[in-house]
Unconditional design. Structure first.
Length: 575
């Protein structure tokens, strides 16, 4: 018999069943039972239909609901194969749930249907189609290799209110029979119930997703405001994004320098990654020509079929649909969060884009609040340091000076050489204490551990070289050592070591004065009261000092007066 698309006759329950999806389940069952009672030879199917409708409306998990619908439809109309195709947002099918074909045959067939042929006809014409022979339909395009033969066909759309969610497909009725008009009515009734079940499952899934979204944003805010490391929180954001979207991979990229304005950023750096295949941490992504860059620059969430730039994934992995979500703060963009699915996977929906855009914005606000909180804490610490430094200068140092003056006055009246020596030593000790306090004041104002370490290293070098020399050493440090970067600090340490070594080994001096100042330049002076730089001594060390000065566009001079000592002066401009 030639396959035809059969339209319902005067008994067609279309108008009645078209309104069923808007009824409550109890009303739906009552209406369907009344309608089925009117169909000749279909009374024995009522119990089966009611059982099928109850089974498809009993669950709230969407994936399980779709599989239950297919299974119930097969049993209801006595078919061998059944499937449910979920419509994609654009065209074709985004999901294809099937029963009757085992996994081995599925692998041999290859890709799942995308909505061509008769399946595509149902998509563009969402009305029931009942065929005695699939191959005779004008839209038929045949089957792929290894596909089992299928002849009889029954397809009906599944509607959720006015939206077509997908289509139910049944083939190969038992014993080679044709699908009947009663089968069509039963399947349409089941499709109406399936629409209600799918809507309930989707609403439940949306509520669970929103609850998970709220929990994730609360977790991020709690972690940040509790003082957790920012890098760890960025990883939490990435992990949560992966979980919320059901994506295969996710990564987060931020500007290399977080302090520069967003409009001056030229590239992003991957700082967190998650998923079955991870982006490479540290990989740079240019703003120009990349999806991440476009989202960052335009401050707009993007939903794309494929990323415009690969952030270092495994070359054997292929990704398709992606969301690029800018982390938008009040007046800046903190970074871009990207979630991806494998190639050929279902695209992300507009609802997911809206939900994840809000998630990214909430994460950005939490980051901004945590950063503000951190800066306020730093200001409090700096304020305390300034107060302590002021108290040390105004009270402690002044009292030490008073004690020193008192000892010097006592020194004038002391007659015992031993007592005088003890008093002189005590005065010198007080001077050393004052110097150490001033050093501490500088460190408190600087507020940097690196500055403290640099100053400590300079003192350690001086102590190390002059310890057993018998030299009386005076050290003066002034200016903001905090502006000295690591490279210049390394030069300064080498210069100080070489200059002091020369004074100890060759000058035959009694005193040496070390002055280190930072103003427009870093200036290091080492002056001794020795006999001057002797002839015939290797100048390789001094040549090294000159070379270091040249390397940083600085200057190096030696001022030697026979019998009057030597002054080595090394200077370099600040970076």
């Amino acid at each position: 018999m030639r396959g035809v698309t059969r339209q319902a006759d005067e008994r067609d329950p279309g108008p009645l069943l078209g309104s069923l999806s808007e009824l409550r389940l109890r009303e739906l069952l009552t209406e369907v039972q009344e309608r089925i009672a009117l169909i000749v030879d279909a009374r024995e199917h009522v119990d089966g239909l009611l059982e099928a409708m109850l089974s498809v409306t009993s669950g709230l998990d969407l994936d399980n609901t779709l599989r239950t619908i297919v299974h119930a439809a097969i049993n209801l109309v006595d078919a061998r194969y059944g499937a449910l195709g979920v419509l994609a947002p654009g065209e074709g099918l985004s999901e294809f749930v099937f029963e009757g074909i085992d996994e081995e045959m599925r692998e041999r067939i290859g890709d799942l249907p995308r909505g061509r042929g008769v399946l595509g006809f149902l998509i563009t014409n969402p009305k029931p189609v009942r065929l005695d022979d699939l191959s005779h339909h004008a839209a038929s395009v045949g089957f792929p290799d290894h596909h089992p033969p299928m002849k009889t066909f029954l397809g009906v759309p599944i509607q959720i209110r006015d939206e077509v969610f997908g289509n139910l497909y049944l083939t190969e009725k038992a014993n080679g029979a044709q699908f009947t008009e009663d089968d069509e009515v039963l399947l349409r009734a089941l499709a109406a119930a399936a629409g209600i079940a799918i809507e309930n499952a989707r609403l439940y899934e949306e509520s669970r997703t929103r609850q998970a979204w709220l929990e994730a944003t609360r977790e991020i805010a709690t972690e940040l405001l509790a003082g957790s490391d920012t890098a760890e929180v960025l990883q939490v954001i990435t992990d949560d994004a992966l979980s919320l979207t059901g994506a295969d991979s996710a990564f987060l990229a931020v500007p290399d320098d977080l302090d520069i304005p967003s409009d001056e950023v030229t590239e992003l750096v991957v700082t967190a990654s998650a998923g079955t295949v991870s982006a490479r941490i540290g990989r740079t992504i240019p703003l120009e020509g990349s999806t991440s860059g476009e989202a960052f620059r335009e401050r707009t969430p993007l939903r794309v079929a494929e990323l415009a730039f690969d952030p270092g994934f495994d070359p054997n992995s292929r990704f398709g649909p992606a969301l690029a979500l800018p982390l938008r703060a009040t007046q800046s963009v903190a970074g871009v969060l990207v979630v991806l699915r494998h190639a050929d996977a279902a695209p992300f929906t507009e609802d997911q884009l809206a939900l994840m855009s809000g998630f990214a914005d909430q994460a950005a606000v939490a980051l901004q609040l945590a950063n503000s909180q951190r800066r306020m804490h730093e200001l409090d610490v700096l304020s305390d340091r300034d107060r302590i430094a002021r108290d040390l200068h105004d009270h402690v140092i002044q009292r030490l000076f008073a004690v020193g003056l008192s000892l010097q006055s006592t020194l004038q009246r002391a007659k015992s050489p031993e007592v005088k020596q003890r008093l002189v030593q005590s005065v010198d000790d007080l001077h050393d204490i004052v110097r150490d306090i001033r050093t501490a004041i500088f460190d408190l104002h600087g507020g940097s551990g690196a500055v403290t370490q640099f100053r400590r290293r300079l003192h350690e070098i001086i102590a190390e070289i002059t310890a057993d020399s018998g030299l009386r050493t005076t050290v003066h440090m002034s200016g903001p050592l905090s502006v000295i970067d690591a490279v210049l600090a390394e030069h300064a340490e080498a210069v100080l070591r070489e200059a002091l070594s020369n004074a100890v080994r060759h000058a035959a001096a009694g005193t040496v004065t070390v002055s280190i100042s930072v103003y427009d330049d870093l200036v290091i002076e080492v002056a001794d009261d020795g006999k001057g730089f002797p002839e015939g001594v290797s100048r390789s060390g001094l040549d090294n000092l000159a070379a270091r000065a040249q390397e940083v566009n600085g200057r190096f001079t030696i001022d030697t007066t026979p019998g009057g000592g030597t002054t080595l002066r090394w200077s370099a401009p600040l970076p």
